[in-house]
Design a protein around this ligand. Structure first.
Ligand SMILES: Nc1ncnc2c1ncn2[C@@H]1O[C@H](COP(=O)(O)OP(=O)(O)OP(=O)(O)O)[C@@H](O)[C@H]1O
Ligand SMILES: [Mg+2]
Length: 252
């Protein structure tokens, strides 16, 4: 099992959009895939028509590790399962703080399902507390969507510095650009900065497109309602690149 976290300290950059579209592509290729929505906004759950919370089970997630399985349910898409988001996840840092080995709890949970899934995609909220530390420790890769602006560049450096301060493996961090508008000078400059400074990032990027914004209306991955669109193609390229790089162990 490989766990990808969609993470950025910055909000609204495309974590949820990328999580749902990449997970759908993985499932469509026959990989047993799980979306774990840990964001109290529950947007990934909404896109996959599984909003509504965990029926009081969110607080118990860490009590009995064996019960973690019970949170998993199918979606409307073949091979794609979900652990729904829940508003109570807003308290997760406080719950974790009361537990021993508080930074390794996700690792313990994911271990219980490791033979059940090929890929897990964790949709994270834009926070940097104990929940995030659990994500960093338990994921194989931390996919970092970046809108090519000055603030995103800053958030990239902040995440890298945080990893360094905790001696986490920075090679796990895999940035890629989202909501790219090739006509904007700033977007070109920021992408140029990454290239010039040889900062690792995926070659595939996701364009700014109103097709993506319709995910909320359709409650569906973009590949279903607009399979020939540019963003659908861009996410397919991104997914291929992720698999390819993994195979070559370029991002491990
Ligand atoms: N490539 C894109 N083109 C146009 N709009 C996009 C694109 N990607 C995401 N969006 C829109 O930007 C908004 C934020 O996207 P998304 O919810 O994926 O970000 P997020 O990082 O998960 O946000 P949060 O930090 O709140 O969880 C949404 O309205 C989404 O439809
Ligand atoms: Mg989100």
């Amino acid at each position: 099992m490989i766990a990808f976290a969609l993470y950025n300290l910055k909000g609204g950059v495309g974590k949820t959009t990328s999580c749902v579209n990449l997970a759908y592509l993985s499932a469509r290729e026959g990989y047993r895939t799980l979306v774990w929505d840990i964001d109290p906004q529950c947007a990934a759950s909404f896109y996959l028509k599984r909003a509504g919370g965990l029926n009081g089970k969110a607080d118990e997630m860490f009590e009995n590790t064996d019960d973690f399985q019970d949170l998993i349910e199918p979606t409307d898409h073949e091979n794609l399962s979900i652990i729904r988001g829940d508003i109570r996840n807003r308290n997760m840092d406080l719950i974790l703080a009361d537990l021993n080995k508080s930074k390794s709890r996700f690792k313990k949970l994911l271990k219980t399902i490791k033979t059940q899934f090929d890929y897990v995609f964790i949709d994270c909220p834009p926070v940097l507390g104990l929940m995030a530390e659990n994500v960093f420790r338990s994921s194989n890769f931390v996919l970092l969507p970046l809108i090519p602006t000055t603030l995103s560049e800053r958030s990239y450096h902040q995440v890298v510095s945080f990893f360094q301060s905790k001696s986490y493996d920075t090679r796990k961090i895999v940035p890629f650009f989202t909501q790219v508008d090739g006509r904007k000078k700033l977007h070109k400059e920021v992408i140029g900065y990454f290239k010039e400074h040889r900062l690792k990032h995926l070659r595939s990027s996701i364009p700014q497109s109103s097709v993506i914004e319709r995910m909320g209306i359709n409650q569906s991955p973009v590949h279903i309602y607009s399979p020939d669109s540019q963003p659908s193609m861009a996410y397919r390229n991104l997914w291929q690149e992720l698999k390819w790089m993994r195979k070559l162990k370029r991002i491990r």
